[in-house]
Write a protein that binds this ligand. Structure first.
Ligand SMILES: *Cc1c(COP(=O)(O)O)cnc(C)c1O
Length: 367
């Protein structure tokens, strides 16, 4: 910090490792298939696109501050109370509200071994201390999480379904976890992939209704195909929402974001199509990878985790996929160096991935 005499960042900030996004380009290639960021290959609802374009006519006006239209759409679709909903620029912003409001210097924030990489970033930015709890064979162990709670614990972050594992805690395990947490600990259920898990999955919303210390977050970036627009939401008790609204900037979502998200939420046919296509090709790719002798857990999300015998093989296979214009994700940063996370694309993309990995494994077995 010698260039900044006297100017000192807050404690924790210089410990943050910059977020690594999924690659989008391969040097020397114009046409690639990006399967590295869990994006929806079918894109958003046409109705969302049209609503966004219409909203551009209002770009000279400030947006509403209360997000009532979007909160009402979310509430009607999910059968929940709009007064318990808060909207953010991606669910990342809602996770940030929670961390900023409820954790600070001297506090501990629990996350699990393969949990989402934003949690340590947000924790350190708030000056708090990340505490990482081991998973059992790529599954969150609720009892291990409960055993890690101390009087200093303020937040437990749970990615469910897990990213990059794709595994999931079911409603009874979630309840067990929530029941075991002391009242001073906020459980954040990050359901970025919840819509892919089951038709009408709502165990996270039920948990919020049963426990005053639970925040459920969802996003428009994954099944709704709006990652580029940045919209997410949270559901919690009115008291928690009231706290978080104090740190939310009044104009955190633009008119265009709000209009697109509301139309996307109401287009249930599009969501259903995306869910069923994803489930079909996820199961197909899982079976294809297992036929090749690779490890692959049942995934409840829109990606699978392919496990290779070792890191060198995983990296060599990643290189072979890149040669063919296919970009997947190395997940060494998530404690899984021997694995590659592959987003479920459309049929053509899934068939190409299976074909290239099959060719790679055949060549490897020959040499
Ligand atoms: C993609 C993702 C998010 C959501 O990010 P947005 O900010 O809503 O785009 C949150 N949690 C996990 C685990 C994710 O994979």
């Amino acid at each position: 910090m010698s260039d900044l005499p006297g100017i000192r960042p807050q404690p924790g900030i210089m410990e943050i490792a910059l977020y690594q996004g999924g690659a989008a380009h391969i040097a020397g290639r114009d046409s690639v298939v990006k399967l590295s960021s869990n994006e929806n290959p079918y894109g958003p609802s046409d109705k969302a696109r049209e609503a966004a374009v219409r909203a551009t006519h209002q770009m000279h006006r400030y947006p509403v501050t209360d997000h009532l239209g979007l909160r009402t759409a979310i509430a009607e679709v999910h059968g929940i109370d709009p007064d318990r909903v808060i909207c953010g620029a991606g669910s990342d912003e809602v996770l940030q509200f929670a961390t900023q409001c409820f954790a600070g210097p001297g506090d501990e924030v629990i996350m699990t071994q393969h949990g989402f990489s934003m949690y340590p970033i947000l924790t350190l930015a708030a000056g708090a201390t990340p505490v990482v709890v081991a998973e059992q064979a790529r599954r969150v162990d609720p009892d291990a999480v409960l055993a890690a709670v101390t009087p200093r614990t303020r937040i437990v972050f749970l990615t469910n379904p897990g990213n990059p594992t794709g595994t999931m805690l079911e409603a009874d395990q979630l309840r067990h976890l929530a029941e075991g947490l002391p009242a001073h600990v906020l459980l954040v259920h990050d359901g970025a992939y919840a819509e892919f898990a089951d038709d009408g999955f709502r165990a996270d919303l039920d948990l919020v209704e049963a426990f005053p210390n639970v925040l459920a977050t969802r996003t428009f970036s994954k099944i709704y195909g709006l990652g580029g627009l940045r919209i997410g939401w949270g559901y919690a008790s009115p008291d928690l929402i009231g706290v978080m609204n104090r740190v939310r900037q009044p104009f955190n979502l633009s008119t265009v974001q709000l209009a697109a998200a509301e139309a996307a939420m109401r287009d249930r046919a599009h969501v259903e199509r995306c869910r069923s296509e994803n489930a079909k090709w996820r199961d197909w790719l899982t079976a294809a990878l297992r036929d090749l002798g690779l490890g692959c857990d049942d995934s409840r999300a829109n990606f699978v985790l392919a496990r290779f015998p070792d890191q060198a093989t995983a990296h060599a296979c990643d290189d072979a996929l890149k040669e063919d214009g296919l970009i997947v994700r190395r997940v060494g940063g998530y404690g899984l160096p021997e694995a590659l996370r592959i987003t479920i694309g459309d049929e053509a993309a899934c068939r190409r991935v299976a074909h290239v990995i099959g060719r790679f494994m055949a060549e490897r077995n020959r040499t």
